[in-house]
Ligand binder design. Structure first.
Ligand SMILES: Nc1ncnc2c1ncn2[C@@H]1O[C@H](COP(=O)(O)OP(=O)(O)OP(=O)(O)O)[C@@H](O)[C@H]1O
Ligand SMILES: [Mg+2]
Length: 272
């Protein structure tokens, strides 16, 4: 009987190169950061390319990638590991952060501000000169593999003051600010990702830009690059552009009838 070995790095390698369109010099800067295994934070709104960037970099560097989606119920044990009870008694099971530290993966903690602060402090000894992860319950001190790197992401718009990261956490990272790319670049991304023509992609981007101007005026967040790709994929499948926009760009965004009307009118001006 074969059991998946959690410590086999090959399962975490990204086989095919992800499509990532650089926006500035972030690829070179990330590589320079990785050279000294600098912990990195990616800030930016939802659906702007943070996860795609990490996948691309892991592939480019040829390193395994372990992604953990953080949430408010997450405990330190979810990251580090815990004892499990089975018929043979108790056995220790490494959490994803421990696996990444052992095998030399890039560990990507997505939406890390969501996690409780006692969770974020477990990363402290891993993200300074010590590069160790203490497994208190097990009584083991894991020394991080030389290839290990920690990457975290968060959306600066979402968290309240209460949920912000502590300075002692923040000041362990180098950072990148992500945002929706400028018009031509975003249209290029949407056209390539969904295989639609440039002209249609440009119209979609312009609709998104109008919605982004409504941020803070009834919308928490404008239409993301991710949603533009959804709409473009529907159009690629032969869906009428207006229906595609309604389904992918507008309905998910808001429940406010006035804003819905405004956005639908915007769509009408771009697609007859
Ligand atoms: N620079 C880019 N190159 C290629 N694709 C991109 C780029 N930026 C965004 N995309 C597209 O946008 C989609 C969403 O990006 P991604 O999943 O990386 O967002 P995210 O910033 O991680 O969002 P979230 O915070 O919600 O997790 C991708 O699946 C991809 O199609
Ligand atoms: Mg993401």
């Amino acid at each position: 009987m074969s059991e998946i070995n959690a410590l086999d790095p090959s399962q975490y390698l990204i086989k095919d190169e992800p499509f990532y369109r650089p926006v500035a010099d972030e690829v070179e800067l990330f590589e320079s950061g990785y050279a000294s295994r600098m912990p990195i934070m990616l800030k930016g709104p939802t659906g702007c390319g943070k996860s795609r960037f990490v996948e691309y970099m892991a592939h480019k560097l040829g390193k395994p990638l372990i992604t953990v989606a953080c949430n408010e119920d997450m405990t330190a044990s979810d990251l580090v590991g815990r004892f499990l009870i089975d018929i043979n008694g108790t056995r220790w099971q490494d959490g994803p952060l421990t696996v990444a530290a052992r095998i030399g993966a890039i560990c990507y903690l997505d939406e890390v501000v969501e996690a409780r602060q006692d969770t974020t402090v477990v990363i402290h000894p891993l993200t300074d000169h010590r590069r160790v992860l203490p497994l208190d319950k097990k009584g083991e001190l894991v020394e991080a593999h030389p290839d290990f790197q920690l990457v975290i992401s968060y959306n600066p718009g979402y968290q309240s003051m209460m949920k912000d990261l502590k300075q002692s956490t923040k000041q362990r990272f180098g950072g990148f600010r992500f945002d929706y790319p400028e018009e031509a670049v975003e249209a290029d991304i949407v056209a390539k990702e969904a295989e639609i023509d440039k002209e249609t992609a440009e119209k979609l981007v312009q609709i998104a830009q109008r919605s982004r101007n409504l941020k803070g005026h009834g919308l928490d967040e404008g239409i993301s690059t991710r949603l533009l790709v959804y709409a473009a994929q529907l159009i690629n499948k032969g869906v009428d552009p207006k229906k595609a926009c309604t389904m992918a760009l507008i309905t998910p965004l808001t429940d406010d009838d006035d804003i819905l009307d405004t956005l639908l009118t915007t769509v009408d001006t771009f697609f007859e």
